[in-house]
Ligand binder design. Structure first.
Ligand SMILES: NC(=O)C1=CN([C@@H]2O[C@H](COP(=O)(O)OP(=O)(O)OC[C@H]3O[C@@H](n4cnc5c(N)ncnc54)[C@H](OP(=O)(O)O)[C@@H]3O)[C@@H](O)[C@H]2O)C=CC1
Ligand SMILES: O=C1CO[C@H](CO)[C@@H](O)[C@@H]1O
Length: 379
C-alpha cells in the first residue's frame, strides 16, 4: 500500500528530539494499518555542529539553524516542538500562521495567557495540533482510563499522584544551559509544577475530570544559583518542590506532590484512584502493571490484584510482541505518533489538543498562585 507522507520539521534535538524521532522511525513498522507515514525532512537547532550531527545520526534529510526558516519551507507539513518552554509560544504561533500542523511538547506554555495565544493561533489557522502528554499512552494508564470510564470504580472519593526526582540537590548546578534551563524561571516558567506536576495533572484530568480549586505549598530550597546567561549568581525563581490539595468537579479530593529533592528518586511517577467499589494504582517504575482492588470479589481472596498489561487485548499491545512480553517508556511516544496519524486520517482531534492542554496550564497557574498567597484558588 502506498502511504501518504507527512513531512516532519523537528525543532530541538535533545532528550525529546530523540524520543520523538524514535517514534517517527518505529511507527510505520508497528502500526502498518496507518495510511500516513512520517518523513524525517528536517531538524532544527541553534548549534550548527550539533544539529548537523543529529541529522546525520538519526537520518534527517536536512537541517536548519533558524526555526523561522524551517517553518517557511514548503516541504514541511508538521512542526514538532522539542525545545525549552519559553520557545513553545513563538514557534507554535509562527507555525500556525504558516499553516503547519503542530506537535508541541509539554507544558503547552509557561503561563495560561501565553497558552491562550497559542490556542487562538491554532484555532484561527485551523491546523491539527497536539501536546505530548505521552504518559496517557502507556497501555496500563490507558487501561486505567477504560476501567474508570466503564464505571467499575463507582463513586470516586480520592485521587493522589506523586512525581519525585532528586537531580537538583547539588547547589553548584547553574540555572541555564542544556537540560538546566529547567532551573531558570525565564526559560521554564516554573519548576516542578510545570515540569512534573503538569504530567500528573494531565493524567488526573483525563482519568477523573476537571479540577475546580486548589491549595498549594511551594518551596525553593536553593535560593541562588549561577546563571549561565549573565555569568552571575542570581535568585532562583522556580519552585523546587510543590504539594497541593484540590477538589475535582466530581466531588472527589486530590492530593499531589512533586519535588526534585527526594534523594533516591529519579522519576517516580505514581497515581492511585479510590472509588466506592474499586481502586486502581500505577507506578512508572513498573509501567506494564496496573494494580486493582475490586470490592465485589468475595471471601479470603479479596485483595489487591496485579494486571500485567501485556496481552493482545490490552490497549496498543496487539502492535508489539507475543502476549506476556513487556514494552517501555519510549513506546508511549510511538503510540502518540500513531494516534496523531490516525486522528489525521479520520479528521478528528488528537487529544490532548492545545485547547485541552490549556486546562492543565490553568491548574498549574492556580497552584503557583496558591503557593504564594497560601490561600485556596479557583481554577
Ligand atoms: N513529554 C515528556 O515526558 C517530556 C517533555 N519534555 C519537554 O520537552 C521540551 C524539551 O526538553 P528536552 O528535550 O529535555 O530539552 P533539551 O535541553 O534536551 O533540548 C532542547 C533542544 O532545544 C534546542 N533549542 C533551544 N532553543 C532553541 C531555539 N530557539 N531554536 C531552535 N532550537 C532550540 C536545543 O538546541 P540548541 O541549543 O542547539 O538550539 C536542544 O536541541 C521541554 O518543553 C520539556 O518540558 C522533556 C522531557 C520529557
Ligand atoms: O517526564 C519527564 C521526566 O522528567 C523530566 C525532567 O527531568 C521532565 O521534563 C519530563 O517531562
Amino acid at each position: 500500500m502506498s502511504k501518504k507522507p507527512l513531512n516532519i520539521g523537528l525543532v530541538g534535538y535533545g532528550f525529546m528530539g530523540r524520543t520523538h524521532t524514535n517514534g517517527y522511525k518505529r511507527v510505520a513498522d508497528f502500526f502498518p494499518e496507518l495510511g500516513i507515514t512520517p518523513v524525517l525532512k528536517a531538524v532544527c537547532g541553534r548549534s550548527e555542529d550539533k544539529t548537523k550531527a543529529f541529522s546525520e545520526q538519526w537520518g534527517y534529510e536536512s537541517y536548519e539553524t533558524d526555526f523561522e526558516k524551517l517553518i517557511a519551507r514548503d516541504d514541511i507539513d508538521a512542526i514538532d516542538i522539542c525545545t525549552p518552554n519559553d520557545t513553545h509560544a513563538p514557534i507554535s504561533i509562527a507555525a500556525a500562521k504558516a499553516g503547519k500542523m503542530i506537535l508541541c511538547e509539554k507544558p503547552i506554555s509557561r503561563t495560561t495567557p501565553e497558552g491562550e495565544e497559542m490556542v487562538a493561533a491554532v484555532e484561527q489557522a485551523g491546523v491539527a495540533n497536539t501536546v505530548w502528554y505521552n504518559y496517557r499512552r502507556l497501555p496500563a494508564v490507558t487501561l486505567a482510563k477504560q476501567i474508570i470510564d466503564s464505571g467499575k470504580l463507582g463513586k470516586i472519593f480520592h485521587y493522589r499522584a506523586n512525581f519525585l526526582q532528586d537531580w537538583t540537590i547539588n547547589a553548584d548546578l547553574p540555572q541555564g544551559g542544556a537540560g538546566l534551563w529547567r532551573l531558570d524561571a525565564a526559560a521554564a516558567g516554573s519548576g516542578v509544577t510545570g515540569d512534573l506536576l503538569a504530567h500528573c495533572i494531565d493524567t488526573a484530568i483525563w482519568l477523573n475530570g476537571g479540577i475546580s480549586d486548589v491549595t498549594a505549598m511551594t518551596e525553593t530550597f536553593i535560593k541562588e544559583r549561577m546563571h549561565t546567561g549573565t555569568g552571575k549568581v542570581e535568585k532562583v525563581g522556580i519552585d523546587d518542590a510543590c504539594a497541593f490539595m484540590c477538589h475535582f468537579e466530581n466531588g472527589s479530593l486530590g492530593l499531589f506532590e512533586s519535588t526534585r529533592y527526594a534523594r533516591g528518586h529519579k522519576a517516580l511517577y505514581t497515581f492511585e484512584i479510590n472509588g466506592a467499589d474499586a481502586s486502581l494504582r500505577w507506578d512508572l517504575h513498573d509501567l506494564n502493571r496496573l494494580e486493582m482492588y475490586d470490592h465485589s470479589d468475595e471471601g479470603p481472596q479479596r485483595g489487591w490484584k496485579s494486571i500485567h498489561v501485556t496481552d493482545g487485548e490490552h490497549p496498543y499491545m496487539d502492535h508489539w510482541w507475543v502476549p506476556g512480553l513487556i514494552i517501555g517508556y519510549e513506546h508511549s511516544f510511538v503510540h502518540q505518533v500513531a494516534d496523531f496519524l490516525k486522528a489525521l486520517e479520520e479528521g478528528k482531534p488528537c487529544e490532548p489538543t492545545f485547547k485541552s492542554a490549556l486546562e492543565t496550564a490553568k491548574v498549574c497557574d492556580a497552584v503557583l498562585e496558591s503557593g504564594k498567597s497560601r490561600q485556596w484558588v479557583n481554577v
